[in-house]
Design a binder for this molecule. Sequence first.
Ligand code: DO4
Ligand code: MG
Length: 306
Amino acid sequence: MAIEGLEKGLGLTPLGQTHTIRRVRICRYLTKDNRVCIGLAKGDDALIDLSSSGIESITALLESGDAAKRLAGLGELTEIPLSDVTLLSPIEVQEVWAAGVTYLRSKDARMEESDFSATAYDRVYDAPRPELFFKSFPKKVVACGEPVGIRTDAQWSVPEPELVLMMNSSGNIAGYAVGNDMSSRDIEGENLLYLPQAKVYHRSCAVGPWVRVGATEAEAREWDISMQIGRNGETVFEGAVSVNQIKRSFGGLRDFMFQSQVFPFGCALLTGTGIVPDDDFTLEEGDTIRIEISGIGCLHNPVVRV
Ligand code: DO4
Ligand code: MG
């Protein structure tokens, strides 16, 4: 298929040499013959194979500076039905980090869950320096459709639906993804020093399947994040928040991530949750979590005990 047709399908408008790009989403996928390829979404049920045009990784595309423009300049490409592939996590080699207490809802919920750490959440919400913590080694990130985990030694587990900033090695926010920062609230609430155990365990981080490129922070702030949790065919929780409720600027989060730090392959940053189920809710094995960000797409995972 030629790029002209692609542009129409993707909502790209040719304007002489430049293009106005509205919704360009890339992904990593596995073919039926087990090849890992890079794809560009065409509508809701097809992909354009980018590997045949020499694009072999999402990392290289994000490093290129303007991924969306590079995609708009491609020639003849092959189209494949989405049903013919398995979508993989878009995190190839990037460290995954997370920001915390960036929404008022998260600060309030955490102050309630903890006796003696309450002032820590209160202070960080207003402090110039954000809370940033390491979340996942890239190869451990769970893909869309794969199970996320709840700890065997936790009694109170929740998903945290979060916008993910995909940053390249220069610190440019080159894309956005959907993420889930799975958390054990009882372990975090018992003592803030247990945060790494509450946050970093087997299957505790899911990202994907899409990376939206070519969107500004102002555009991303118009998106909504919504989450639904299903159990035995019923919806047991649903909630939504506007990305614009996030207290900190994306550039400010990026600046602290790159302060006295290097990410040779870039990094992914989950930007905090603004959706917290009521205190009597805990995830159970067999639940299904569906997280949608309006400008990006949907991440869905079943839950297992790990
Ligand atoms: O302070 C603990 C973690 C906060 C967090 O993960 C969030 O607000 O999303
Ligand atoms: Mg979180």
